[in-house]
Design a binder for this molecule. Structure first.
Ligand code: GLA
Length: 397
C-alpha cells in the first residue's frame, strides 16, 4: 500500500512535464499548471439527475507545461502515451476529428472557442500520475489542466471566465467534442475542490459549499482500492442508466429525478411502469438524501458516523442501480470485515475504485484484508493507497 501525499508524487510529475517540454521544444515553458483526479465520497450518478455530489480532489495530478506558439495549431506531447500530436484549427472545428487522449485537448480548445474566447496557439507537454481507466477522473484532470493552462496563456482572466463557469466548458469538451455523455461532477471536482475539504455541489444550480473534511485530525483516512477490474461496457451502461433516469423523470412529470424528495418516493415508485426503472429511481432518490445526510454529519464533525451512509450507498449501487462488479463488492466486504467504518464503490461503476473510511493506523491492515480476499477469489491484486483532500486546478509556476 502507498500513502499518497501532496509532497513527492506531485513534484515528480511537475518536473517530468517541465523536462518533457524543454526536451521537445528546446526551451522552458511559460508556465506549468496542474489539475487533480478525484474520488467521490458519496452521490453516484446523481449529477446528471440535477442532484448532489460530494467529491474531493486526490493528490494525483495531470500537469501541463505550456507556452504560446506563433502558428495556428496546438502541438501536444503526452508522456503517458509517448506520442506528440499536432491539432490543427480544422481539427478543432470538427468535433470528434481528434480521438484518443488528444480529443480531450482538442475538445477544450473547441469548447473555449464555442464560448467566444480566443485561444492562443500553443505547445504543451503533459505528464500525469492519475491512474488511467481507474475511475479517478483522469479525463477530467486532463481537461481541467489544459483548460486552466490555455485560459491563463490567453490572458482570459477570472473576470471574463470565473472559476465557477469553467467546469461547464470542460464538460462540454467531453460531451460535445469527445462524445461521452458524462455529468458535471468530475470537471467540477478537478477545478473547484480545495485542500482539506470535500466539495458539496448542487448539480442543478452549480452552487458549491466547501465542507471541511479534516480526516487527519480525526485520526481517520480514506483508503482507496483500485479494483483493477477490467471495465466492462462502461460507456454503453452509463448511457443506458442515464436514459432510464430521464425516462423516469418524464413519466413522473418532473424536470429531473432531483425533484422527487425521499418522502415522495413510495408514491413515485407506484407510478413507474417496471421494476428496473423503479430500482434505478430508488437509487437516485435515496442517494441524494444520503449526500445531504453525509453533509449534515460532516457539518457537526461526526465523521465516523458517515460510514453507514457510505455502505448503504454501495448496497444501493449494487442492488438497485446495478453498476458494481464482483471485484468491487469483494473489496467493500473485505474492508468492512476488517473494521472500516463504511465502504463503497466510487465513480461511474463497472470496475474502478472503492473507498473505505478507516482509522488512519488501521489502513494497512484493511488493505491487507482486501489483498487477501482478492487472492482467495483469484482476482488480480488490487492497488491500495490513502488519500487526503487536495487542491483543485492551479498554476504551479
Ligand atoms: C462518471 C461521470 C460523472 C458521474 C459519475 C457517477 O465519473 O463522468 O459525471 O456521473 O460517473 O457518479
Amino acid at each position: 500500500m502507498t500513502g499518497a501525499t501532496n509532497g513527492g508524487p506531485v513534484g515528480q510529475v511537475v518536473r517530468r512535464a517541465g523536462d518533457g517540454f524543454e526536451q521537445r521544444y528546446g526551451g522552458p515553458p511559460a508556465g506549468v499548471w496542474a489539475a487533480p483526479g478525484r474520488v467521490n465520497l458519496i452521490g453516484e450518478h446523481t449529477d446528471y439527475n440535477d442532484g448532489f455530489v460530494l467529491p474531493f480532489a486526490l493528490p494525483h495530478r495531470t500537469v501541463v507545461a505550456a507556452s504560446t506558439a506563433a502558428d495556428d495549431s496546438w502541438t501536444v506531447w503526452s508522456e503517458q502515451s509517448g506520442e506528440q500530436i499536432v491539432i490543427s484549427a480544422a481539427d478543432v472545428a470538427r468535433p470528434g476529428a481528434v480521438d484518443g487522449w488528444g480529443g480531450y485537448v482538442a475538445g477544450v480548445i473547441w469548447a473555449l472557442r464555442e464560448a467566444g474566447f480566443a485561444v492562443p496557439a500553443a505547445r504543451l507537454a503533459i505528464a500525469s500520475d492519475v491512474p488511467l481507466g481507474a475511475g479517478l477522473s483522469s479525463s477530467a484532470a486532463l481537461e481541467a489542466a489544459v483548460l486552466t493552462a490555455l485560459v491563463d496563456l490567453g490572458g482570459i482572466g477570472t473576470d471574463r471566465l470565473p472559476v465557477d463557469q469553467r467546469p461547464v466548458l470542460a464538460q462540454r469538451a467531453e460531451n460535445g467534442y469527445v462524445g461521452v455523455p458524462s455529468g458535471i461532477m468530475d470537471q467540477s471536482a478537478s477545478i473547484r475542490c480545495r485542500a482539506g475539504h470535500a466539495l458539496f455541489l448542487d448539480c442543478r444550480s452549480l452552487q458549491v459549499e466547501q465542507i471541511p473534511f479534516d480526516l487527519a485530525t480525526a485520526g481517520l483516512a480514506i483508503l482507496v482500492v483500485d479494483s483493477q477490474a477490467p471495465h466492462r461496457h462502461v460507456s454503453g451502461e452509463y448511457a443506458a442508466r442515464r436514459a432510464t433516469c430521464e425516462q423516469a423523470a418524464a413519466v413522473l412529470g418532473v424536470p429531473a429525478l432531483r425533484d422527487v424528495p425521499v418522502d415522495a418516493l413510495p408514491a413515485a415508485l407506484n407510478r413507474l411502469p417496471d421494476d428496473t426503472m423503479r430500482r434505478r429511481v430508488r437509487h437516485i432518490v435515496t442517494e441524494n438524501q444520503r449526500v445531504l445526510d453525509t453533509v449534515a454529519l460532516l457539518h457537526t464533525g461526526r465523521v465516523r458516523e458517515i460510514g453507514p451512509l457510505l455502505t448503504a450507498s454501495h448496497a444501493s449501487m449494487r442492488d438497485d442501480f446495478e453498476i458494481t462488479v464482483p471485484e468491487v463488492d469483494v473489496a467493500v466486504g473485505a474492508a468492512l470485515g476488517a473494521g472500516a467504518y463504511g465502504a463503497r464503490m466510487t465513480g461511474g461503476g463497472f470496475g474502478g475504485c472503492v473507498l473505505a473510511l478507516v482509522d488512519a493506523d488501521a489502513a494497512g491492515q484493511v488493505a491487507a484484508a482486501v489483498d487477501k480476499a482478492y487472492a482467495d477469489n483469484g482476482f488480480t491484486a488490487p492497488v491500495c493507497f490513502t488519500a487526503l483532500p487536495c487542491a483543485g486546478a492551479e498554476r504551479i509556476h
